[in-house]
Design a protein around this ligand. Sequence first.
Ligand SMILES: [Zn+2]
Length: 292
Amino acid sequence: MAEIANALTVDVEDYFQVSALAPHILRSEWERMPCRVERNVERILELLDESGSQATFFTLGWIAERYPALVRRIVAGGHELASHGYAHLRATDQTPAEFLADIVRAKALLEEIAGVGVRGYRAPSFSIGKQNSWAFDCIADAGYEYSSSVYPIRHDHYGMPDAPRFAYPVRQGLLEVPVSTASVLGANLPAGGGGYFRLLPYPVSRLLVRRVNRSEGRPAVFYLHPWELDPGQPRIRGTTLRTRFRHYVNLHRTEARLRRLLRDFTWRRMDRVFLSADAGGRAAPRVDRLAA
Ligand SMILES: [Zn+2]
């Protein structure tokens, strides 16, 4: 059996922009925080290079503006540049007009910096669900071709457990590509990384990705954050024990785990795994209509 190409995705944001820490850091403080994102993304790029893997980088506009050279290095490395919005606001915390403005701004900014079309978008904290499915209209209107904004699991911060588990057309011209779950005894287990990749022993992640590939014959969609490979990041004070546990546990183990994950499976860019090749690399024309 030919090996399935899975999609590896990286949400390019810094440690102080994580939603769970938002109550403890004002947005106005972001400018003063020591940034770690550049070195952490560089490390991931090295690991991808060493293993001959490719990935999709859902990048915040806020980061791209401050680190344009990093954005260009992602593209030069053969990886896909995609959008994580501009300001890392949850879709659930915005009006449709605010949400649209944020994702249009991020797409235009990334395309201008990198000189390539941006086709994919991921909502911060997988914050699209039944209550705000209007967000998919906005994503299509902004000219994106796919979204990866749903994690079909139960979780206190996000998740839409009854959403489709595999890529499906959610609007005309817009594909939703959910982060992977493995169906075990009727429950959806998280097979797509995030905090679970750090919390659980590596063989569990490997088993679940394998299950998606072998039992279901589907490519897996896996995600991680640059700060998850960075045990030296400054600790944010005043957080709850649970938040501290989730954010800081096993940071020192993630890099070695990622090496194993890259060795054990084939990893490619999201667009190459899920979109047809013919439309690749062009900016979607609908942006012009919006800007007019
Ligand atoms: Zn994020």
